[in-house]
Design a binder for this molecule. Sequence first.
Ligand code: KIV
Ligand code: ZN
Length: 534
Amino acid sequence: MTSPNERIIIFDTTLRDGEQSPGATLNKDEKLTIARQLARLGVDVIEAGFPFASPGDFEAVQQIAEQVGTPDGPTICGLARAAKKDIEAAGRALAPAAKGRIHTFIATSDIHLEYKLRKSRADVLAIVPEMVAYAKTFTDDVEFSPEDAGRSDPEFLYQVLEAAIAAGATTVNIPDTVGYTTPSEFGGLIRGIKDNVPNIDNAIISVHGHNDLGLAVANFLAAIENGARQLECTINGIGERAGNAALEELAMALHVRRAFYNPALGRPIESEEPLTNIDTRQIYKTSRLVSSLTGMFVQPNKAIVGANAFAHESGIHQDGVLKNKQTYEIMDAESIGLQENQIVLGKLSGRHAFQSRLKELGFELSETELNKAFLNFKKFADQKKEITDWDLESIVNDQIQQPPELYRVEHVQVSCGNHAKSTATVSIRTPEGEEHTHAAIGTGPVDATYRAIDRIVALDYELIEYTVQSVTAGIDALGEVTVRLRHEGRIFSGHAANTDVIVASAQAYVNAIGRLYGALSAPTAATQKEVAKV
Ligand code: KIV
Ligand code: ZN
């Protein structure tokens, strides 16, 4: 199936495996926003979720299939265990997509067979073709994954893959589920599959890997040299445990070192044809969006998208870069869209300028959303002289993340200092429309504010995470706050941005409380029924 001039397929699983990161839960609108940005980034396949897992996942996959899975958009994929109910849910959720893919999986390592599945190899060999064939009744595009392939017996793996392809799998994905393999081992595994699975040319070989030993990206690059043509990865490398292979690292490795990888795809070394469909100038923006919506910050020294990735601290390096950038830089900050952060708007900017800049940034807002965003923009522009693209993105993302306003912060006032006890007075409007005011003392102004809010809200929750980061440099930067609450094992997140971090903190907390309240008072009964049917 792979002709020499084919390029590398980028399969993004930020919304599925990435969302499995502890605490990275996203709501439907947040997932849709990320999916739209992934489409702008140029990914070939978006794994939008695991439709059978929950009504929320089902709805999110369905909505992404409908709105992002257009004929010229990416393929939309849904995950399903090798079980009829899972596959049917995925098939139904993906139905609106112009190009839908079902990704079905079952473990093949002896340890998973014995302890997790309690099945024999023969059982698995019977299940795989049956379930792949069943998935084919919903779509022609079926991907099969032998989970924990990295620790499976290669001879058994070859048999399973042959059976999956014979039953119609068009992509076979090789996961290093526990991030155990090394680059030469993983490359060897892919080579072994190419050499020993008789019908392998009827399918694309894909790779999926976790970063437990920090080797996921290196393993994928070795896999390309040995015949892999699809990479499953996530933005900022988020995912289970230590995460997945990072999309931005793979895309830039294949961009910067194109000449090195050209021969693996049968191209002349000097070929200028991109190896992937990724628009690298969208990388930074996508990274920021995912970080802001998931509340998972990017470490400063993270390759490609970390705050220090293009910073030169040592005098010798700075001197070299001033003389010739290439002395210490192997890629331009512009190539990942980093220098596009011009100051674009200020408090005198009109609605038209605001709207057209948002359009250029790829935001499609309804009239009502635009009016609301413009009001927010004006409010911020009064506090902050220069509004950059990142500020604009933060204002709009913040708005996207707001749950229906069930609780509203009406007033926050704090008093704090090194010789004062931090105190806060907070007024909150409740879903019943009543305004309540309480005051509290805390270890700091945020703690005092949260204690005051707790006195007003009669719900049971535990604050498990509080993070604040600034959107841009400078004393007047917007502060973005993400809060996570736990209620009976479920996590509810809240997010807010403001030039005043105490106000942002109060709003983020109240947004999370609003989400919890919404979930308690209105479970998604309609979808619950829908999924119960499968
Ligand atoms: O890590 C893994 O094995 C997976 C599979 C479902 C592909 O995520
Ligand atoms: Zn995984």
